[in-house]
Design a protein around this ligand. Structure first.
Ligand code: 0XW
Ligand code: MG
Length: 387
């Protein structure tokens, strides 16, 4: 019997990449934001990428590296996009993962650059499907998501005041930055006063951003071992963080040192992965973060789904993945766009009663304000949207 040849599927539109545009936008924090080892994000450069298709779609991406924080810097994005142009122009972004894999083959590493591009590919894919991005990342699992509030490392009493203020707005998770003044007893006071300020039920944790030795972190941890607090990334290696966890008995969240499958597995094996920060630009975009999310569902840590810093595009991308993740396993998300000005998309989501929801339109669902972006630093192919 003769069977008919399978019909070749032809997409209704040509979604190949026709143009790329890159902007650099300074974001200024509403209040000072100090971390250990002199790191701060008063004003940092965010890189915005628009990927336009022959079919007329525009996919948006954003990466905002904090200086001295991770192996990433804002000035590296535009040259890397230019280096990747031969692979990008004319390529099919639909499905995102395939094209991001081709970028990895052409230019290994540079995951923070790929993060912005990969987010834009997902935005295009979901717009082409006419669906909000969360629908392609597993489907909506929660109406909205719990936020944490990050508290700059300053005078302990001031930090307690900020915690109370955020709590009055509905926040129930508090990240106290530690170690900025290299005074371990001040860090003890920070954890005690914030814990006391918000009462028994909320989650309180102290984040050293790699800035402590295992000795200092252990002294602080043992001095507050009577409290219900979690420690975040005290030291610069997973091994040292594991020693602090074992010596203090306090739950541990890892952030900077966990950025791929191997580091997730190592942290899990060393027993110091009670919680984890899954940041888009640390792993390499939504494709990589979706895989990390799935591995974490198996390994067991509670997940903070966010990015390093940024405005509405990075925030929306993380919220879509957060909303498509088992809510029992989402520790929290971050409204990065609420910490900084300007807003890239005035219609982007905002915190309400300590919670936030992803945008509802097709794709990322944010309307980027071109006037805020200024002049592009790079235009390739047919370029992109103009004001
Ligand atoms: C990356 N940060 C400095 C900004 C977010 O608010 C959280 C924080 C961290 O290191 O966890
Ligand atoms: Mg952290």
């Amino acid at each position: 019997m003769k069977t008919a040849a399978p019909a070749t599927f032809r997409p209704a539109a040509d979604h190949r990449i026709a143009g790329l545009t890159v902007w650099q936008v300074p974001l200024t924090a509403h209040t000072g934001y100090h971390m250990a080892s002199g790191k701060s994000c008063e004003t940092v450069e965010s890189i915005v990428v628009a990927v336009t298709t022959a079919s007329g779609l525009t996919g948006w991406g954003e990466v905002c590296p904090i200086p001295h924080y991770l192996p990433a810097y804002a000035g590296g994005v535009a040259p890397a996009v230019e280096e990747l142009a031969p692979v990008l122009l004319g390529a099919d972004p639909i499905g995102a993962e395939g094209l991001t894999a081709r970028l990895d083959a052409w230019l290994p590493g540079h995951v923070y650059v790929k993060s912005a591009l990969d987010i834009a590919f997902w935005d295009i894919t979901a717009q082409a499907a006419g669906l909000p991005l969360y629908a392609l990342l597993g489907g909506r699992r929660a109406a909205d998501l719990p936020l944490y509030h990050s508290i700059t490392c300053i005078d302990p009493h001031e930090m307690a005041r900020i915690a109370r203020e955020a709590q009055a707005e509905g926040i129930a998770q508090f990240q106290a930055k530690l170690g900025a003044d290299a005074d371990w007893q001040a860090d003890v006071a920070r954890l005690r006063l914030v814990r006391e300020a918000v009462g028994e039920s909320p989650l309180v944790y102290g984040d050293w951003n790699c800035g402590a030795t295992s000795l200092t972190a252990t002294r602080v941890g043992r001095a507050v071992a009577d409290l219900d607090v979690m420690l975040e990334q005290p030291c610069a290696t997973i091994a040292d963080c594991a020693r602090v966890r074992a010596a203090t008995g306090l739950a541990m969240k890892l952030d900077e040192t966990v950025h791929d499958t191997a580091s997730l597995l190592e942290a899990h094996e060393r027993g110091c992965l009670d919680a984890v920060a899954l940041k888009l630009s640390k792993f390499g975009g939504l494709s990589a973060l979706r895989r990390a999310r799935d591995l974490c569902l198996y390994l067991g840590p509670m997940m903070c789904i966010e990015d390093t810093w940024g405005s509405d595009i990075a925030t929306a991308a993380a919220l879509h993945l957060g909303a498509a993740t088992d809510p029992n396993r989402v520790l929290n998300v971050c409204d990065l766009s609420g910490y900084v000005a300007p807003r890239l998309a005035p219609d982007g989501p905002v915190r309400r009663d300590g919670r936030i929801a992803p945008p509802e339109g097709p794709g990322l669902g944010v309307t980027v304000d071109l006037a805020v972006l200024g002049d592009p630093v790079l235009t390739l192919g047919e370029g992109g949207p103009t004001a």
